[in-house]
Design a protein around this ligand. Structure first.
Ligand code: BTN
Length: 351
């Protein structure tokens, strides 16, 4: 789920803390259709019934929907497909050799974990995915909130020989890969809003946070953090500042392992194309998935001013091309924010 406004202390306090060590094992036990009594769960995990009760309270606070029936016990009406590195590898097929997928339970942020791994010399292709982020980060210092098992949150490390200046447009390539993978997993009407928000009928389905490390002349380590809403808790749309949607609400599959494999596979192909021909090689395809293409927009600049115009496309370096009253302008990621002024975003032309 995405909270792109500054989150208030209530949300921060609820999320930014460590979860009970028995939480994930308990929820994994409750994966099937049958109810399990608190006594049975306690016995199987070697904990007290009070611990099981506390854990179930905590699960609900973290957005997991729990059914409790007196005399029968607990059941999860929508058990998440828990992340599993073997399932991801099987779905990746031959492409699996290009990635090392590591599944973690609870982390602050998969990007933060990955930045530590970069410092320790981790290899290109490392993927860190987590069941729960307690301090997920979005762009421009915002928070990214995720319910336990209700989102796909992961970070991919890719190392390039070039310096960061040669990587312009890469963030759009990542957005394009995500949109294609989401469409392949059944999401209807998905598109990319420049530079790389994943939208479905104007509602945010996912976001990307890219963090670059390296010397000006190279090499560079690119930390690519991606989050998708898979099943949003019911109260979330009311506490975020923009329309949001999840896989469950878009006709998409909620199988997070298959989704992770689909995204990694598209990323491998997209990054290969980018390394051969730069963003220019993918600009036309990006424009077909671009929800702001040909639309009237307003660009908000960091100095507080704004400029209106019509999006005409994307430049070979990934800049947003806009026709304004004073002539054509180019905008780069990180310097501007873009909002559609009127009308619903378009679906991809031939996706
Ligand atoms: C945005 O739209 O503002 C970007 C959101 C990026 C969220 C993902 S979730 C996995 C990775 N870890 C983080 O802390 N952030 C990114």
């Amino acid at each position: 789920m995405h909270a792109s406004v500054t989150c208030g202390p209530t949300i921060a306090c609820a999320i930014l803390r460590a979860v009970n060590q028995h939480l994930l094992p308990t929820l994994r036990l409750l994966g099937g259709d049958a109810f399990r009594s608190g006594e049975e769960v306690a016995h199987r995990l070697g904990v007290t019934r009070a611990t099981v009760w506390n854990v179930m309270q905590e699960a609900q606070q973290l957005g997991v929907s729990v059914e409790k029936v007196r005399g029968q016990g607990y059941r999860l009406p929508h058990p998440p497909a828990w992340l599993d590195a073997d399932e991801v590898a099987a779905a990746l097929g031959p492409c699996a050799a290009r990635f090392q997928v590591e599944i973690l339970g609870e982390v602050t942020s998969t990007n933060t974990v990955m930045l530590e791994r970069v410092a320790a010399g981790a290899a290109s292709g490392l993927v860190v995915a987590a069941e729960l982020q307690t301090g997920g980060r979005g762009r421009r210092g915002r928070l990214w909130l995720s319910g336990l098992g209700g989102a796909l949150t992961f970070t991919l490390l890719w190392r390039f020989d070039q310096g960061p200046a040669s990587l312009s447009g890469l963030s759009l390539v990542v957005g394009l890969a995500c949109a294609k993978a989401l469409a392949a997993r059944g999401v209807q009407g998905v598109g990319v809003k420049w530079p790389n928000d994943l939208l479905c009928d104007g509602r945010k389905l996912g976001g990307i946070l890219i963090e670059l490390q390296g010397d000006a002349l190279g090499p560079s380590a690119v930390v690519i953090g991606i989050g998708f809403n898979v099943r949003l808790p019911a109260d979330i749309p009311a506490i975020v500042d923009q329309p949001v949607v999840d896989m469950a609400g878009t006709g998409g599959s909620e199988d997070r392992n298959a989704l992770l494999a689909a995204v990694l596979s598209e990323l491998a192909a997209g990054i290969d194309a980018f390394q051969t021909g730069g963003f220019a090689a993918l600009a036309d395809e990006f424009d077909r998935w671009h929800v702001l293409r040909d639309r009237d927009i307003v660009v908000s600049l960091p100095d507080g001013t704004s400029i209106e115009g019509r999006v005409t496309g994307t430049a070979p370096d990934g800049a947003l091309l806009v026709d304004t009253a004073s002539g054509p302008r180019r905008f780069h990621g990180g310097e501007v924010s873009v909002r559609a002024m009127a009308g619903a975003p378009k679906a991809p032309r031939d996706a």
